[in-house]
Design a protein around this ligand. Structure first.
Ligand code: G3H
Ligand code: ZN
Length: 292
């Protein structure tokens, strides 16, 4: 099963896949188990920092082992790779998907760099005909980072993705997925986020149906806004902070309850279970249960 086939079905049927970030094996197993238990495909992301810590080859080796062990579709995405070189490295390493994020650059430079990665990934896919790499580009500017924000982050009008530019970007680059800025901020923001649902709808209508719309920074967004975003055409939602927080909260609690515990696996296990619960809630919210 190809990622683009799953995303096309999600767009047509009005549900969304979850994309979850990891930097450790325990978290990766928690994602795979949560997806396995609810019958969802697993899309696992490593940002440049996470991949550096985890190891590109190590993440791929574990993906292969988990695929064998659980028998569900598992895709590894090089999330927010912010240079052409970094994205090529992920393609060469054997990632299923790459998110080339040049959204901080001017439109033309973003377009040219993203197109270079689309061409590179297509070429790589032809040479290694066993699979086809999915490429995500990003347009619009997403603020914040994956943590609980201590200060209010102001979104500027110019940060938002423009539907007309989105159409041009998608047509000229040939990306499979487009990440957009529609009032979302990475991390859990101080104030309640307000997604621009009409803008999502307008972007959805402006681009071809086989290009998936991606909502990053899904943590801390109220459930009703997530549902409305999916109704408007989002078919992939990225979550990092919410699962980091669930894991760490439980880990800190275990440290306090068992100050003398020295076996790492006994400290990790409750944290992984807490993370898994949040993952399953998200998958249910996204409507991706029993889709494989
Ligand atoms: O690419 C990663 C996500 O956009 C995570 O964002 O930490 O707000 O969930 P989040
Ligand atoms: Zn993101």
């Amino acid at each position: 099963m190809l990622l683009r086939e799953i995303l096309k079905r999600a767009t047509e049927e009005g549900w969304a896949t979850g994309h979850f970030n990891v930097s450790e094996m325990d978290q990766m197993r928690a994602i795979v188990e949560a997806c396995y238990e609810v019958g969802a495909p697993a899309i696992i992301g490593t940002s440049e920092g996470e991949a550096k810590h985890f190891g590109y080859a190590e993440a791929i080796a574990l993906r292969d082992v988990f695929r064998e062990e659980y028998g569900i579709p598992i895709f590894l995405n090089a999330d927010h790779h912010k240079s052409v070189e970094a994205a090529k490295k992920a393609v060469d390493a054997g990632y299923d998907s790459v998110h080339i994020d040049l959204s901080a650059l001017p439109f033309e430079e973003n377009l040219v760099g993203t197109k270079e990665i689309v061409d590179y990934a297509r070429q790589f896919s032809i040479q290694h005909s066993a699979f086809s790499i999915s490429v995500e580009g990003e347009l619009g500017y997403l603020r914040g980072e994956s943590k609980i924000q201590k200060e209010k982050i102001e979104i500027q009008e110019r940060d938002y993705t423009d539907p007309g530019q989105a159409r041009e970007f998608v047509e000229k680059t040939g990306v499979d997925r487009l990440a957009i800025a529609v009032g979302n901020i990475h991390g859990i923001s101080l104030d309640e986020p307000a997604l621009d649902i009409e803008r999502i709808r307008a972007i959805r209508q402006a681009i071809p149906e086989n290009v998936a719309l991606v909502l990053h920074a899904g943590s801390g967004i109220p459930d009703d806004q997530i549902r409305a975003a999916i109704d408007a055409g989002i078919s992939n939602i990225h979550i990092n902070t919410d699962i980091r927080v669930a894991y760490l909260k439980e880990l800190k609690k275990t440290f306090v309850e068992k100050p003398d515990e020295a076996a790492m696996y006994k400290l990790d296990t409750p944290a992984s279970l807490a993370m898994k619960e949040v993952l399953k809630e998200k998958l249910k919210l996204f409507g991706v249960v029993n889709k494989i």
